[in-house]
Design a binder for this molecule. Structure first.
Ligand code: NAD
Length: 398
């Protein structure tokens, strides 16, 4: 028992603690959203593995599959447990709350807390699936990580957020003080590109799928999906045409190879879903994104088009993954959940004020307040219905 009042502690662009009740409320809200959106009589995946399941798009995937279709879920994530006076990480509390609610609702939900890139955690997942779940029909790959230890070479790879070929200079918001500034990033060298592809590209996804195939743990027709982003041209030098974009191209090429492999072996397939820009721990760290997202949210909210992770994943599940449909794709075989973000009118109105934004007018011109609220909510703060003056239990178990 460790009842305490938890006050938010922020360093730079990350928050170093989390509020258990706020995180639990966030999970409940996502479950409510899926239940309200679920079409009558819909059926879909029964046995899902979600790699990167504790925050952002992976958490929303798990909730949409479990409460949208009643799927059994195994989540893999890398989170810190609470220890003494230190709270656990947000993903830890999300998962504890999700498991607790699943138990109450009679849904099977198991979790593995450890490094998904390692052989050891992959083996642990195999054991759990064999013992408690049976063949998996849906594998969601939603990792976002700054580094990866390649278990076969032993090399520690670091991802970089850099342009390729030329320096990038662009406007951004300094999240530590809310100032609109211009920042410059030097181009990546070849080794930084290689390492970023090693962390955020498709190799580890492929190894997961190959292992599940070898172990006979993929069901007939099994599907796997990973997530990507394209976004507007103002972000391309640092995103799509930069190191992370090179990794995402590798992810898309991996999807094509896995698509063939799964078609041959189990009559299944692999896809990349291009999701819209949302506020997550991973995206807040990308230069330019906070400014772009703040402008985008203002426009999408005014047009009634705003979506967060769970609204995106509801669409993915109910439109593309339910029984009897195949994922709908564009000419590059990509699922486009970013269709509303990329609509001409939305893009035009988002980018028009780009050069007019200053520190002083940021809150009027953009939805920076919404960005900041979403950011705080990632860690369980500023969540409606939570009394932050009340002491809370910071210990939790999975
Ligand atoms: P996130 O930071 O919210 O979630 C990352 C997840 O990965 C967490 O569950 C974390 O525990 C897990 N993780 C990280 N390293 C791990 C490791 N070594 N072992 C096990 N688990 C580990 O990130 P996100 O923004 O939801 O990103 C997920 C995917 O969605 C990424 O591929 C990202 O590029 C993509 N995407 C994000 C956005 C966006 O705007 N955030 C938009 C489109 C696509």
């Amino acid at each position: 028992m460790a009842l305490t009042v938890v006050q938010q502690k922020v360093r730079g662009f990350i928050c170093i603690n989390a509020h258990p009740a706020g995180c639990a409320r966030t999970v409940e809200r996502q479950i409510d959203s899926v239940q309200a959106a679920r079409p009558d009589g819909v059926a879909g995946p029964k046995n899902a593995l979600i790699i990167g399941s504790s925050t952002g798009y992976g958490l929303a995937s798990r909730i949409a599959l479990a409460w949208g279709f009643g799927a059994n879920t195994l989540g893999v994530f890398f989170e810190k447990e609470p220890a003494g006076k230190r709270t656990g990480t947000a993903g830890f509390y999300h998962t504890a709350a999700l498991h607790e609610r699943a138990r109450r609702d009679g849904l099977f939900a198991a979790g593995i807390n450890g490094d998904a890139f390692s052989d050891e955690i992959k083996r642990e997942a195999v054991e759990t699936i064999r013992k408690s779940m049976g063949p998996i029909d849906t594998v969601i790959y939603s990792l976002a990580s700054p580094r990866r230890v390649n278990p076969r070479s032993g090399e520690t790879l670091q991802s970089a957020l850099k342009p390729i070929g030329q320096q990038f200079s662009g406007r951004t918001i300094n999240l530590a003080n809310g100032e609109v500034t211009t920042m410059s990033v030097e181009p990546a060298d070849d080794d930084e590109i290689r390492q970023t592809i090693g962390v955020m590209g498709g190799e580890d996804w492929r190894w997961w799928i190959e292992m599940l195939l070898e172990e006979g743990l993929l069901a007939d027709g099994a599907r796997t999906l990973a997530y990507s982003y394209i976004g507007p041209e103002v972000t391309w030098p640092i995103y799509r045409d930069g190191t992370i974009g090179a990794a995402k191209k590798d992810l898309a090429a991996t999807a094509d190879a896995l698509h063939q492999l799964l078609a041959d072996k189990v009559g299944g397939g692999a896809w990349v879903s291009v999701n819209k820009a949302v506020v997550t721990q991973a995206s807040a760290a990308i230069p330019v994104v906070p400014l772009y997202v703040s402008l985008l949210f203002k426009v999408m909210k005014a047009k009634g088009l705003h979506e967060g992770c769970i609204e995106q994943l509801q669409r993915l599940c109910f439109d593309h993954l339910r029984d009897g449909v195949s994922p709908q794709v564009d000419a590059d075989r990509l699922i486009r959940l970013d269709d509303l973000e990329m609509r001409d009118d939305v893009q035009r109105e988002t980018i028009a004020p780009w050069l007019d934004v200053t520190t002083e007018n940021l809150s009027q011109i953009s939805d920076f307040d919404g960005f900041r609220r979403d950011f705080n909510q990632l860690f369980g703060f500023e969540v409606e219905g939570v009394d932050y003056a009340e002491p809370v239990e910071t210990e939790a178990s999975l």
